[in-house]
Design a protein around this ligand. Structure first.
Ligand code: IMP
Length: 195
């Protein structure tokens, strides 16, 4: 149960990534939730996506003094033993897409997935986490100008266009972020408010 001073039709997203904000705002607006944004910075512990999201959400909710969401996400490539996974951000900044393509140059199993975990917390409650996954495959070259980071490499299952070729609206229909935020929104909307 949440405190009566909280509105259940808005939430603050803590992230330093403007692409994530645009995507999340589009997704949540369609689900009747207004997204506020704060680039607060929060501690990222070592661990899986759920651990990072739980810890980050709790830390940010306590610092900001209100309910927040954070997201920890990544791309997981099966043939590379699920690398870069939780190292996605660092690997994007170091190896980049060209480095990933090199690692995949002789690999025929191109299966990969994006995962997104939304962590929600208030200053008075324990964190909740919501996982969204989208399956796909790694292409043989970068394609498309839309999106960010690994998007030009990733072909969602059933599509012959990469996330980089799909516009934001289309990506938002079925992305990992859409799925995790949708789970969060369904849960959030039915929370009771304590008097
Ligand atoms: P974090 O969630 O901010 O730790 O970052 C995860 C990293 O995964 C990002 O910096 C990107 O490199 C990558 N990533 C996560 N979601 C996406 C996406 O939707 N498209 C492309 N890359 C993504």
């Amino acid at each position: 149960m949440l405190k009566s001073s909280y509105k259940l039709n808005s939430i603050t997203f803590i992230t330093g990534n403007p692409h994530k904000v645009k995507e999340a705002r589009g997704i949540l607006n369609n689900l009747g939730i207004t997204l506020e944004h704060a680039d607060l910075g929060y501690v990222e512990i070592q661990g899986n996506l759920e651990d990072v999201a739980r810890y980050g959400a709790k830390y940010a909710a306590l610092r900001l003094g209100k309910p927040v969401i954070v997201e920890d996400a990544g791309m997981f490539i099966k043939a590379l033993k699920w690398f870069p996974g939780t190292y996605s951000s660092y690997v994007q900044d170091t190896l980049g897409n060209k480095g990933i393509l090199k690692l995949m140059s002789d690999v025929s199993d191109r299966y990969a997935e994006f995962r997104s975990v939304i962590g929600f917390c208030t200053p008075k409650t324990e964190p909740e986490v919501f996982l969204g996954t989208v399956k796909g495959r790694i292409g043989y070259e970068e394609k498309g100008e839309h999106g960010f980071a690994y998007d030009p490499l990733f072909y969602p299952e059933g599509y012959d266009k990469s996330f980089g070729e799909l516009g934001r609206k289309e990506k938002n229909q079925f992305s990992h972020r859409r799925k995790s935020l949708e789970k969060f929104a369904s849960w959030y909307k039915i929370q009771e408010i304590s008097k």
